[in-house]
Design a binder for this molecule. Structure first.
Ligand SMILES: *Cc1c(COP(=O)(O)O)cnc(C)c1O
Length: 398
């Protein structure tokens, strides 16, 4: 017998759960793309997207996923042969670095492993050694979705300022935006990227590049910019088609409009607060389970953990067994461990992740925690008691 029938629950770190309002907003015929409601709707997205990123600067929208805006961000700012510094704390930091290398950009990658945030003293050494200011940008992954580490972006800004280093500060906020606090302008970020399918609760397929006047100047100095990636017309369109360099992603726009309506209704402070409480509820449960068994949070220090995703270690084969059990018996899909071990390696089965980004409330989080508890029991994986109560206590305190 399975207890999975009923509404399924997706607890992976993207795509995230799509709200019914977002789903329903897409249920309409193809619109006119030359004039009328869609044109107005699209112009109206711009201020709301900027509010989510906490910026007064510019935004370019792309029909692309996160990998696409990794490329777009670099195509507009860094020429082949120029250099970037990438402090990497998991699979996604490496991904942005690989994207840069493939553009002929020189990459200095500092690998901080999979269990800790960037160490700014180590980053400082690279910046200090760069006397001729060859490094044009520092590419920081705000939240690395594989390790679930949260990096301190304002501290990186302060380091650049203290060292008087002119490199731009770029932030990958694909996982974090709309989940973990992020304030582009207040934090002195020159360029931030995100995608539609995580905190923005919209289907995968749109990407966003937010850029400051300094990043805009970098673009204006570049000789060659691939036409499709060029953000100039997208951010400052004179004709509607220029927003997307061709046909607009009509139904994504309907979805995004509704998602942003929901975010406006809740407000950014409340959104960040909700993610914080729900994440802490999960961590409290994990701490309790860990007392009596192998389950362990990948990131030790709560100050270095994301509020959007939590990576867990539980030993092989428990990770895969638990994921399979909760999917088959409880209707909950948990995330695989990413970048922790190769898929062919038995160790691969010792990890899982819980996505808690976007459209998630207390019962969604408590339900996920409850079914993990049931899975641990059903599979006889040793674990400490009191986990569900510990999570409920965090929710009760709010
Ligand atoms: C999801 C994610 C990406 C990649 O996004 P795709 O849409 O899968 O290409 C990049 N960076 C981070 C931090 C992410 O979480």
């Amino acid at each position: 017998m399975s207890l999975a029938n009923g509404r399924s629950h997706l607890a992976i770190p993207g795509p995230s759960i799509m709200p019914d309002r977002v789903l329903q907003a897409m249920h309409q015929p193809a619109p006119n793309i030359y004039e009328g409601a869609l044109v107005e709707l699209t112009f109206g997205l711009v201020p709301d997207l900027k509010r989510v990123a906490q910026t007064e600067h510019h935004v370019a929208m792309y029909i692309a996923n996160g990998h696409g805006v990794w490329d777009a961000s670099l195509a507009n700012t860094i020429a082949a042969g120029e250099k970037v510094l990438v402090p990497s704390c998991g699979r996604f930091g490496h991904g942005w670095a690989e994207t840069a290398k493939a553009r002929g950009i020189e990459v200095e990658l500092i690998d901080f492993g999979k269990r800790s945030p960037m160490d700014l003293e180590v980053v400082a050494r690279s910046l200090e050694a760069d006397k001729d200011h060859k490094i044009k940008a520092v590419l920081v992954t705000h939240v690395d979705t594989a390790s679930s580490v949260l990096n301190d972006v304002p501290a990186m800004r302060k380091l650049l300022d203290d060292l008087n280093h002119p490199a731009m500060l770029f932030a990958d906020c694909v996982a974090s935006m709309g989940c973990d606090r992020f304030e582009m302008d207040a934090w002195g970020v020159d360029l931030a990227i995100t995608a539609s399918q995580k905190g923005l609760m919209t289907p995968p397929g749109m990407g966003f590049v937010f850029f400051s006047p300094k990043a805009k100047e970098a673009r204006d100095r570049l000789g060659v910019i691939p036409k499709y990636w060029d953000w100039q017309e997208r951010a400052f369109p004179e004709m509607f088609y220029q927003f997307f360099g061709g046909t607009a992603p009509t139904h994504h726009l309907f979805a995004l409009r509704e998602a942003l309506n929901m975010m406006n209704e809740e407000g950014m402070e409340a959104i960040w607060r909700r993610h914080d409480v729900l994440a802490r509820a999960l961590w409290a449960a994990c701490d309790a389970w860990g007392v009596g068994g192998p389950l362990e949070l990948n990131i030790d220090n709560p100050a270095h953990r994301s509020r959007a995703v939590t990576a867990l270690r539980i030993g092989s084969p428990h990770g895969t067994a638990l994921r399979d059990w909760v999917a088959a018996n409880a209707g909950v899909t948990l995330g695989i461990g990413l970048g922790m071990a190769e898929p062919g390696d038995p160790a691969f089965h010792g990890f899982f992740r819980v996505g808690h980004m976007g459209h998630l409330n207390a019962h969604g989080m408590l339900g996920t925690i409850g079914v993990i508890e049931a899975g641990l029991q059903a599979l006889s994986i040793p674990h400490g008691g009191g986990a569900v109560a510990a999570a409920a206590e965090v929710i009760a305190k709010g």
